[in-house]
Structure formats: structure tokens, C-alpha cells
Design a protein around this ligand. Structure first.
Ligand SMILES: [Zn+2]
Length: 133
């Protein structure tokens, strides 16, 4: 994962799956899984080919990297500014529906947002409905 060269991604252009596959040197199935199960945003759900904005692709990979590096406890977020697991300020947390369904069980996806207790930056994490932590 850390070998993906995200600096090749142009934030303002869109990429098809085939382009992402060749840009990052990943398997097509990996890319499909990112979209279907792991929340990689597509510009429009039902277009062929599916297109992903460079900025979303880049953020998705950054998020994957950070999540992998930092194991989070239930009440923790990963703060991108602090580069570590943090707790949100009391009262700053809220949960919003992303409108997506993920995984084999087609679970509803939520985004939990809050304000980092340390740097006061915005922190976000994604959850599925069966695991509201
Ligand atoms: Zn922070």
C-alpha cells in the first residue's frame, strides 16, 4: 500500500477504473472492492465507465494508509493533522448518513465526525450500521 504513488494522481481530473489500475499498478478487483466495499467515491453511481475524481482517489488512499498505521479504539478518530489516534471534543461528535451501502451484507454506511481534542481540526471516520462505534 505505501508504495502507491499518489503524487501521480491529478486531483482535478477524473479516472476510470482501468486508468486507476494502470496508474497505481493494482488489481482491477482491488479497485472494484475499494468502490463497492470501502467507500471510494465515484462521480456518478450508474455511469459506464465509473469515474473517480483524482482528489477523492488521493484522499481515499491517504485515509487507507493512516487507518492501517493507527489502530483505533471505539471512541477514537484518526486525526490527519496530529497523525495519531485522538478523541473528539466532548459534544462535537455527530453521525451522518453517507447514503451508501457497503459490504456483502449491504450495511448502511455512516460517517462520524467530530473536532479533534488536540488540534481542533475536523476528524472523520466511516462506520457501518451494525458497528456503530
Ligand atoms: Zn488533531
Amino acid at each position: 500500500m505505501s508504495s502507491y504513488s499518489i503524487n501521480k494522481i491529478k486531483r482535478k481530473r477524473s479516472y476510470s477504473i482501468a486508468e486507476i489500475v494502470s496508474l497505481l499498478g493494482i488489481d482491477r478487483r482491488t479497485c472494484s472492492r475499494w468502490i463497492k466495499d470501502e467507500g471510494l467515491k465515484v462521480i456518478e453511481e450508474h455511469t459506464i465507465p465509473l469515474l473517480v475524481m483524482g482528489v477523492d482517489l488521493e484522499e481515499f488512499i491517504r485515509k487507507k494508509r493512516t487507518e492501517r498505521k493507527i489502530p483505533l479504539k471505539k471512541n477514537e478518530f484518526c486525526c490527519f493533522k496530529c497523525h495519531k489516534a485522538v478523541i473528539a471534543k466532548i459534544g462535537s461528535e455527530s453521525i451522518v448518513k453517507t447514503g451508501k451501502r457497503i459490504g456483502k451484507e449491504n450495511r448502511e454506511q455512516f460517517r462520524k465526525i467530530g473536532i479533534c481534542e488536540i488540534c481542533a481540526g475536523r476528524v472523520t471516520k466511516y462506520l457501518a450500521v451494525s458497528r456503530k462505534d
